[in-house]
Write a protein that binds this ligand. Structure first.
Ligand code: HEC
Length: 123
């Protein structure tokens, strides 16, 4: 009986560790994706000052601006990443990423953007 308890306890610890490392890697993956695909416009720090901005007629959103970012729902942010700026009546200079990322990866990016702005919808 004692042996069984130890095995059950070990299994619990193992599954917790697994869940923890999966969550951590999803967040890391979103940060990686952001740095690879978004930073050239939105900036490495997400402040809207990427290397492309000098020549852009519409400036990319500063994702650290909590006032602007809290004005958007998660659904809108999801939509603009997936379908591009035009999906929410914004500039075509924000490209659509639906063919590049899975829905799950886009959700990861939405979560990452909420970390950058330290905000949520309405606050
Ligand atoms: C080629 C430059 C470019 C790249 C690359 C780019 N964006 Fe954008 N993005 C823009 C521009 C420009 C806007 C602002 C559009 C406007 O204000 O009309 C924008 C706007 C946005 C918005 C809307 C914010 C708001 O409320 O107005 C989100 C969200 C966003 N980008 C996320 C991303 C993510 C995530 C990536 C990477 C997967 C990315 N962008 C890559 C140029 C870019």
């Amino acid at each position: 009986m004692k042996v069984l308890k130890v095995i059950v306890a070990e299994l619990c610890v193992a599954s917790l560790l697994l869940a923890w490392s999966m969550a951590a890697s999803a967040a890391e993956k979103a940060a990686d994706n952001y740095h690879t695909y978004c930073a050239q416009c939105h900036g490495v720090k997400g402040n809207g000052k990427g290397v492309n901005v000098r020549d852009m007629s519409v400036q990319p959103r500063n994702h650290t601006d909590s006032k602007e970012m809290s004005a958007r729902s998660d659904d809108d942010i999801y939509k603009v990443i997936k379908e591009g700026g035009v999906a929410i009546n914004k500039s075509v200079l924000m490209p659509p990423w639906g063919d590049v990322f899975s829905d799950e990866e886009i959700h990861g990016l939405v979560t990452y953007l909420r970390e950058l702005c330290q905000c949520s919808y309405g606050k």
